[in-house]
Ligand binder design. Sequence first.
Ligand code: 5GP
Length: 206
Amino acid sequence: MEEISSKGKLFVISGPSGAGKGTIIKELIKQIDVELSVSATTRKPRPGEIHGKSYYFVGMDKFREMIRRGEFLEYAKVYENFYGTPKTKVLEKLDEGHDVILEIDIQGAMKVKKVFPKGVFIFILPPSMAELRRRITGRGSETKEVIDLRMSKTLGEIAYVDQYDYCVINGQIQEAVNRVKAIVIAEHSKVSSDIQGILDEFEEEK
Ligand code: 5GP
């Protein structure tokens, strides 16, 4: 598959449901200049979720049509619903030089890794299984069946952590936000083609 090049950096954040990815990202967006990609999903909105902000809530027919038209960078079935990352918006933002965050599941992240190996892959972990169960239960919107399903899925998901570049344990929220922020800053400080222009100038001064 063709490798995509871009001016901005793509950060892909995954982790078990209840690890606190959403909270970390919300804080991060307040503190640094990154854009969160809004996914499309066939899931029904939860109370308080806004169409076009939390997700694009679409029906199965529309989702299928988007697949057929090649509108997704990746898509996956997560639990009983489909989720997909709209391709054009993400690529446009990256091309304009903005950093973009995808908050997607592991299957989706592995697909993105294939087309976008330069992406930075970050895994968020809860501090313990007990804390994870407490967080999933505390959300109040899920049935016991759904909670049990998510807990067992988590055990399988944790095995994928070595496919990621970074792992952040979310014990204390501000600490976790600081760590993700540090990753973004470090990635922008890497010795890469981004600094070639400056190096060329130094070379000319010699
Ligand atoms: P939730 O229904 O709780 O909002 O999300 C369920 C799972 O779907 C989470 O693990 C979330 O990261 C994942 N997800 C959200 N959007 C996308 C997407 O566009 N693609 C993929 N592959 N997963 C997504």
